[in-house]
Design a binder for this molecule. Structure first.
Ligand SMILES: [Zn+2]
Length: 197
C-alpha cells in the first residue's frame, strides 16, 4: 500500500464552542444534536426543584432527577468528543491544535467561556492519550499565533471580532468559514514544526 504524503497526514484542529471541532481537511464535528431538547428538560426539572421545600423527601427525589439529566448531557457530549478525537488521532500523523482555549478567553459570555474551557481541556486530554496509542504527534500553537486573524490563502492579517463568522480577506478576496480558516492556518504551522517529542 502506498504511504500517504506527509502533508496529507497533517491536520489543523480548531476546537469550537458552536461546533465541537473544525478540521483543516473540511471535516466538521458537530455538537450533539439532542442537546437542546435535553436542555429544555433540564430547565423544566430545575424549576420544579426550586418549587420543592428544601430538605424534604420530594426535594431530594427531584434533585436526583436533575443530577441524572446533567449526567446524560455530559455523557452525550463526552461520547461525541470521543468519536471526534479517535477519528482525528487515528487518521492523521500530525495534529496541530491551539495550546490554550483562546476562544473561551475571548468570549464575553462568562458561562459560554467556562463550558468552552471544560470542553477544550477534555478534547485535548483525549487527543493526548489517543495520539500516543495511535502513534500520531500533537503540535501546540502558542496563543500568540494568530490562526483566526490570518488569511490561510495569502497570509494577510486583519481584525476578526468574535461576531464575524466568515473570513473575507481584504487582499486576496477569499471567503472562508472563520473556523475553517483557523484550522487551515494551524495545519500550515504543522508543516514548519519538526518533531517535538
Ligand atoms: Zn488573503
Amino acid at each position: 500500500m502506498p504511504k500517504p504524503s506527509a502533508t496529507m497526514t497533517i491536520v489543523g484542529v480548531d476546537v469550537g464552542i458552536k461546533v465541537l471541532a473544525t478540521l483543516s481537511t473540511g471535516v466538521v464535528f458537530d455538537n450533539p444534536k439532542a442537546r437542546d431538547k435535553i436542555k429544555k428538560k433540564l430547565a423544566k426539572q430545575s424549576r420544579q426543584l426550586n418549587n420543592k421545600t428544601r430538605g424534604s423527601k420530594r426535594y431530594f427525589k427531584q434533585k436526583l432527577r436533575v443530577a441524572k439529566i446533567h449526567k446524560r448531557i455530559s455523557d452525550i457530549r463526552c461520547d461525541a468528543t470521543h468519536k471526534a478525537t479517535t477519528a482525528i488521532s487515528k487518521n492523521h500523523a500530525k495534529i496541530v491544535i491551539e495550546s490554550l482555549n483562546v476562544k473561551g478567553m475571548m468570549s464575553n459570555h462568562k458561562l459560554a467561556g467556562a463550558v468552552g474551557d471544560a470542553n477544550f481541556y477534555e478534547f485535548r486530554r483525549q487527543l493526548e492519550y489517543k495520539s500516543q496509542k495511535f502513534g500520531s504527534e500533537i503540535v501546540y500553537a502558542t496563543m500568540f499565533y494568530p490562526s483566526t486573524k490570518t488569511c490561510s490563502n495569502c497570509g494577510h492579517v486583519q481584525p476578526m471580532p468574535l461576531s464575524v463568522r466568515v473570513f473575507d480577506c481584504q487582499i486576496c478576496r477569499i471567503s472562508l468559514d472563520r473556523d475553517q480558516n483557523a484550522a487551515k492556518n494551524l495545519e500550515k504551522l504543522g508543516r514548519f514544526v519538526i518533531k517535538t517529542r
